[in-house]
Ligand binder design. Structure first.
Ligand SMILES: *Cc1c(COP(=O)(O)O)cnc(C)c1O
Length: 423
């Protein structure tokens, strides 16, 4: 058996940093990544033969749990008929219909292969539709790794404190305006100065990449009103929240009508998928109906469509409110256990998402998220991992629960937390 350690040593010689996506390297928690051999339900099995209860869930897609039988069967059945045609197939139409039926703001949808592709395409469309260049994003918001969004981004970029990144021309990010999440006055100030050139505001309606941060009452409504008043589009990046915060996404939960919506993660059911959709009048600007070009050799791939369709159809039968209630109680107990150890704790939670911040400050935006004590997080992460609990290796991520997590999983996790010692 080759251990995770041996595989990582080898990977480091072959792949930059040994990983194909930076956060996986576990650098910020001073650990090495675990190499996963298989996953089932809420459980991961590593190449070392160890089992973990998973709260990363592939960073969100696995809301039904790993290796869900209906999804696995759909993939197997579809694979037997050929894996890519580069031509239309029935499953694309069926997944498009399922997405349009579920998400209130989507009247038409285009499939792509990642969340990054969805957000960058939505921005191009917004620019093409409005004839403007500017985009407003929020500090700590993550919208994939396209150039325009890598100013003050969350997730892996936040973890590594890269202020933007080399390789992105100043000429590109000069069109990216920044405001603080939950700060409508900041948004108004940007529009007062640059409103005539802002094509869109892009926002995670529930922020999930600076840790979990909820929109304060009126924030999303305010964005809707300001964008409308200035002729800019409102893009909801629901790559995490779509089909998770509610079946119809955060826009259904909060009753907001965005112009465009980006999806990913869950709608691929664990295969590489993204999608962007919205008002028909805007979506018809996309080629070949319109002139805004966007294409993809593997877009609408039958395997990915089958996995996504099986996932969405199965999710439609699940009790979201029950999982939300169980996750709220579990994360509350986790918060209590940690607070009793005398460390500062702040918990944000919604639906099947939560983040424990090691701070006493109310976390409402990126600067307040950054008050979380990184050293306490590392101690927590390390000791939970030693006890078989697999958390995201960064304090700027959400913990994800799934319909496969059992009460016994939660109890074992709380037991592990009770044993944590902070120094
Ligand atoms: C993960 C994520 C993306 C990027 O999706 P990829 O599939 O990793 O390219 C975009 N937006 C949000 C909100 C995300 O969480």
């Amino acid at each position: 058996m080759t251990s995770s350690h041996d595989l990582f040593r080898r990977a480091e010689t072959l792949i930059p940093g040994g990983v194909n996506s930076p956060v996986r390297a576990c650098k910020s928690v001073h650990a090495e990544p675990l190499f996963i051999a298989s996953a089932n339900g809420s459980a991961l099995t590593t190449e070392d033969g160890q089992q973990y209860i998973d709260y990363v869930m592939s960073w969100g897609p696995m809301l039904l749990g790993h290796n869900h039988p209906v999804v696995a069967q759909a993939i197997a059945d579809t694979a037997a008929k050929g894996t890519s045609f580069g031509a239309p197939c029935r499953l694309e139409v069926e997944l498009a219909q399922a997405v349009i039926d579920a998400v209130p703001g989507i009247e038409m949808v285009r499939m792509v292969s990642s969340g990054t592709e969805a957000t960058m395409s939505a921005l191009r469309l917004a620019r093409g539709y409005t004839g403007r260049n500017g985009v407003l994003k929020f500090h700590g918001g993550y919208h994939g790794h396209a150039d325009a969004f890598l100013a003050s981004a969350g997730s892996g970029v936040a973890t590594q404190s890269i202020p933007g990144t080399p390789g992105v021309p100043q000429d590109v990010v000069k069109h990216t305006h920044l405001a603080h999440y939950n700060d409508l006055n900041g948004v108004r100030a940007v529009f007062d100065a640059h409103g005539a050139d802002i094509a869109a505001v892009i926002v995670e309606p529930v922020a999930g990449n600076m840790g979990l941060v909820l929109p304060q009452p009126g924030f999303l409504q305010g964005l809707r009103e300001i964008t409308r008043a200035h002729g800019a589009l409102l893009i909801f990046d629901e790559v995490i929240t779509g089909f998770r915060v509610a079946f119809g996404g955060a826009q259904a939960a909060f009753g907001i009508d965005p112009d465009l919506t980006c999806l990913g993660k869950i709608i691929g059911g664990g295969l590489p998928v993204g999608a962007y959709g919205g008002k028909k009048e805007i979506m018809e600007y996309i080629a070949p109906k319109g002139t805004v070009y966007q294409a993809g050799t593997l877009s609408g791939n039958p395997l990915a469509m089958a996995a996504g369709l099986a996932t969405v159809q199965t999710l439609a039968t699940q009790k979201y409110d029950v999982l939300a209630q169980r996750t709220a109680e579990f994360s509350k107990e986790l918060e209590n256990i940690l607070r009793a150890k005398g460390v500062p704790v702040w918990r944000n939670h919604i639906a099947s998402l939560f983040t424990i911040f090691f701070t006493e400050t109310a976390v409402t935006d990126f600067p307040t998220a950054q008050t979380s004590d990184a050293d306490l997080f590392i101690q927590f992460y390390t000791q939970m991992r030693e006890r078989g609990i697999y958390l995201a290796p960064s304090g700027y991520e959400c913990a994800f629960t799934s319909f496969a997590h059992t009460d016994a999983d939660f109890e074992r996790t709380l037991e592990a937390a009770r044993a944590v010692r902070f120094s």
